[in-house]
Write a protein that binds this ligand. Structure first.
Ligand SMILES: Cc1cc2nc3c(=O)[nH]c(=O)nc-3n(C[C@H](O)[C@H](O)[C@H](O)COP(=O)(O)OP(=O)(O)OC[C@H]3O[C@@H](n4cnc5c(N)ncnc54)[C@H](O)[C@@H]3O)c2cc1C
Ligand code: FES
Ligand code: FES
Length: 453
């Protein structure tokens, strides 16, 4: 296929395969070797670039999604003779040793500073949490970002993005294999025609590791990235609708979700690091049906319904019935996941999401718990608790819920509920650890209600 995009401010046209990685276009076709390949699986950030001003890992961006967009690599900042201020700050602070991670670090820092011009140390840590450095240690890198911020880098680094709106041109051969619909109807008609032989492509963060290892070799691909309706988050009568192509970042930034469904927003915040969050979608997270996926866990306690569509219409599936087995869902072969409906009451109910793992930007959580309840005069009603990373798919904890329902919140009840939760879960591995942590997280939620009360 032929794509056109802006690369460091210059319009480029390239002949590519639709699933070529942006990383390979940059290093191979454009000869820009500043962008590095480390893990090739979204974990290290060495390949990070800005796509339409947002940080992404270029090892996980397919060429088909680069058409018409604006790419900034480290070569677009400055040269060694004439570095831009952020690069100079890295050099002055001694933040560079072998330099392998630095292009990614610099672009992650720029992505932060263009949004938050005077970030706190915590914000810097979070912004760089997806970038690994094997030699310098992070202290000098953090100091370099602070130095550039103190020079007003954030205020100066804005640049106009170049966009195009024409569609990419597929070769005659590719036309039967790659589809880039602009509407849900078009996507559904294609899926109806080919069934699950036609693979839906979202942000590709789950797709690429499997594609790289040969676990997925899609015969046909339907890229969903141009369907605006699937990216929407909007009020629909008594529900909030979150489209399946809404990214973790879009979920984190939405004020209605923050006000009514903070547990869901927290799960998006704790899903990977910024370069992943900017690409990872709600639909991909649900459709992958991983036992360790984060977003389904709060959805289970918030009464969510999954909207699935085919050429005949739509149906709403309660999230409890959506997962049917390990990596299996209730979606039929001709169905597309359109989004999720979240029922909104007059006021948000107390709720929480907790995740435990070894690294903040970790792919898999080891334990996650979500909980919600309506509390009146110290009595717990409509208690919902769900756990992730324990079994084949995330699920509710009916025994602990029933134990708490209708009871008066007290210190003794909290201890008993924590013990009940530990007994109820049956993790496949690391059982002692997971049981202890789950009990503690249930305790944490109930204690937060007591403090609140
Ligand atoms: C470094 C790294 C860290 C990660 N950290 C986390 C984490 O902390 N927590 C977590 O939960 N996940 C994490 N993930 C996993 C992944 O980012 C999420 O599952 C993400 O939400 C997948 O969305 P996507 O758009 O990238 O999916 P894709 O890779 O595009 O698609 C995944 C699957 O979903 C299907 N699909 C996509 N959209 C639809 C649709 N609308 N209808 C039907 N099927 C569809 C695809 O066909 C495919 O089978 C991480 C991944 C990486 C690489
Ligand atoms: S090479 Fe490690 S995130 Fe892309
Ligand atoms: S400077 Fe060597 S990996 Fe970071």
């Amino acid at each position: 296929m032929k794509i056109t995009f802006a690369l460091n401010g210059t319009v480029r046209e390239m002949d590519v395969h639709p699933l070529d990685r942006l990383l390979d276009l940059l290093r191979g076709k454009a000869g820009l070797t500043g962008t590095k390949e480390g893990c090739g699986e979204g974990e290290c950030g060495a390949c990070a670039v800005l796509l339409d001003g947002e940080l992404v890992n270029s090892c996980m961006v397919p060429a088909i999604q680069v058409h018409g967009r604006d790419v900034l690599t480290v070569e677009g900042l400055g040269t060694s003779k004439n570095p831009d201020p952020l690069q100079r700050a890295f050099a002055e602070e001694g933040a560079v040793q072998c330099g392998f991670c630095i292009p990614g670090m610099v672009l992650a820092s720029r992505a932060l500073l263009q949004n938050v011009s005077r970030p706190s140390r915590k914000e810097i840590r979070t912004a760089l949490s997806g970038n690994l450095c094997r030699c310098t240690g992070y202290e000098k890198i953090f100091r370099a970002v602070e130095k550039a911020a103190s020079w007003g880098y954030g205020e100066q680094c804005g640049r106009e993005l170049l966009f195009f709106d024409s569609s990419p041109v597929f070769s005659t051969e590719e036309k039967e294999f790659f589809f880039q619909p602009c509407s849900v109807e078009e996507a559904l008609a294609t899926r109806e025609r080919f069934g699950d032989e036609a693979f839906f492509l979202g942000g590709a963060t789950d797709f690429y590791p499997d594609f790289k290892n040969g676990r997925i070799l899609p015969k046909r691909v339907i890229d969903l990235s141009r369907i605006g309706m699937l990216k929407e988050i909007r009020r629909e009568r008594e529900n909030l609708f979150v489209g399946s192509m809404a990214t973790d970042t879009a979920i984190m930034k939405n004020p209605s979700l923050a006000a009514f469904f903070p547990a869901f927003v927290k799960a998006a915040e704790l899903s990977g690091a910024p370069a992943v969050q900017n690409r990872a979608t709600l639909g991909g997270n649900l459709a992958s049906a991983s036992g360790a996926a984060d977003l389904p866990v709060p959805l289970l306690v918030l009464g969510a319904r999954v909207l699935a569509g085919n050429t005949g219409g739509e149906r709403a599936v309660p999230i409890e019935d959506f997962f049917t087995g390990y990596r299996k869902t209730a979606l039929a072969k001709n169905e597309l996941l359109l989004g999720v409906q979240l029922p909104m009451g007059d006021d948000p109910v107390p709720q929480a999401f907790y995740k435990r793992g070894s690294r903040a930007a970790l792919t898999l959580s080891r334990v996650s718990i979500a909980a919600s309840t309506e509390m009146k005069s110290g009595i717990l009603h409509s208690v919902r608790i769900a756990s992730g990373s324990m079994t084949a798919y995330p699920s509710r904890m009916p025994v602990t819920e029933a134990f708490l329902e209708g009871k008066h919140l007290s210190g003794a009840l909290i201890d008993e509920a924590a013990a009940c939760a530990s007994r109820e879960i049956s993790p496949r591995t690391s059982a002692a650890f997971r049981k202890a942590v789950s009990g503690n997280l249930v305790r944490k939620f109930l204690l937060s209600l007591q403090d609140h009360h």
